[in-house]
Ligand binder design. Sequence first.
Ligand SMILES: Cc1cc2nc3c(=O)[nH]c(=O)nc-3n(C[C@H](O)[C@H](O)[C@H](O)COP(=O)(O)OP(=O)(O)OC[C@H]3O[C@@H](n4cnc5c(N)ncnc54)[C@H](O)[C@@H]3O)c2cc1C
Length: 537
Amino acid sequence: MFDTSNQPPPLEPYNLFTGDIVLREAVAREQASWAQGSLTALGATLGTPDTVKLGFDANKFTPQLKTLDRYGHRLDEVEFHPAWHELLTIALQAGLHSSPWAEPKPGAHVARAAGTYMLTQIESGVYCPVAMTYGSVPTLRNAPALAKDWLPKIFGRDYDRRFVPVKQKSAALLGMGMTENQGGSDLRTNSTRAEPTADGSFRLHGSKWFMSAPMCDAFLVLAQTAKGLSCLLMPRWTPDGERNAIHIVRLKDKLGNRSNASSEVEFAGAYAQLVGEEGRGIPTIIEMAGYTRLDCCIGSSGLMRQAVAQGVHHARHRTAFQKKLIDQPLMTNVLADLALECEAATVLTMRLARAYDESDEASLAIRRVLTPAAKFWICKRTPFLCLEAMEVIGGSGYIEECIMPRLYREAPVNSIWEGAGNIMCLDVLRAIGRAADLADVLRRELDAGGDARLKSFAAALFKQLSAAERNDEAQARSLVRDLVLALQAALLIRHSPPAVADAFCASRLSESRGGAFGTLPRGVDAHTIAMRAAPQG
Ligand SMILES: Cc1cc2nc3c(=O)[nH]c(=O)nc-3n(C[C@H](O)[C@H](O)[C@H](O)COP(=O)(O)OP(=O)(O)OC[C@H]3O[C@@H](n4cnc5c(N)ncnc54)[C@H](O)[C@@H]3O)c2cc1C
């Protein structure tokens, strides 16, 4: 028999909210204290062994496409394992797909961000339709008649897995179809046609190279009309109760995100209705992209949190060379470095979520500039962090019974989806050019007392921002990285314990930024930082 004496207990059951100091502090600080009760309940549900198992099952028993029935009639349905449906039931009951729109109040986007941050730690695939539904609402409101019909269903919390017309359902989910084979970043190359009909609706002809969660009830799609690229709502069923002519060609065989179906589709005259002004499809659907990009930050920060929680938990229980791993100085350095990255990502994401709760000019500027900036940097850091956290666990971290391989495979997707890294950085350049008072807004955000390291880093950043070469595209990644690091440092100085802020400034604002985690300089309080990240309770 194997000697299992030196193996850590599984990290379950545990409460993903009450056990997470950084998240609790952020929720209170960013105006969502009122949600603590429901977040505590959600954190407990997500941390039970049964829910954790749902995440594993939904990824093991992956979605299956049924294109035709046995007689050759079109079905275009995707079958999911029951675990997928149970996870969506939990997500919708918590309102993660629409609560800030259904019940707007100060802190609503922050509260929802905290809930989705926890969901993504247990299962990220279901997060895809949840995020797209959340993001769809402001875009859909550009078509008041459609919004009147659809919003009550989108606000529904009683998840309805049936593939039936939306009128018969208790809740609806929305997806989106923008990416075509010939171009995903450059959406102007979209060639799907939308032909008008006498009743004012359109018929779509063409294809989409990526359309995730194809069992959603409707999709916001881009297609060319006589006036140019336009945004349309395409339901899975026509108003006559027929299956809409959306042919699912195949499901993508993806690196990660395997519980979720991502499809290639053809439109054979699919019914659709215009959303927003004809010919202004990109500005109309880009509103949705702001929210889904925020969700990429939330999702990736959540992946980081789960990886760090698992790593610290393991290191507290596993002994090597007569000491717990967490007490081996070099491992303490690694864990502290990982914890710093995660805390910085989390505080920035929650600060950004608050900007979506507010509508003053400064918040709008923060949204425009910081959403793509944070998406770029947080999503870029996540795969490296997951890799290092996997190594903390050693060989067992590489084995599929551990959540680490799933986190690692999931980690790159948020960086590509909704605009890859370069596109985000170019977007930041454009947003900086348009935001008139940005320098003042940033000065306020970066005003964090007297830390000399931040002061000199911020001074160099402002120089970069005001210089003519600010628009040098080739340097955009460096500029955006520095912008994010400065903001993260300011937030940590203001809100986190001195040990955290000090270590972040010492390691991230210095010239010799490490190429690997575990390179914090001498003098930082690594043990305190690592223990702050330990799941509590
Ligand atoms: C799992 C998954 C699910 C997805 N689900 C959906 C979905 O539901 N709906 C949907 O519409 N799409 C979806 N996508 C597609 C995704 O949004 C696109 O893949 C993404 O926007 C990039 O487009 P592309 O693949 O055509 O790459 P390209 O546009 O060909 O870009 C390739 C690379 O070139 C870079 N690049 C492009 N232009 C420039 C430039 N001017 N300067 C410098 N670099 C540049 C990009 O940053 C990128 O790194 C999904 C993708 C994945 C992986």
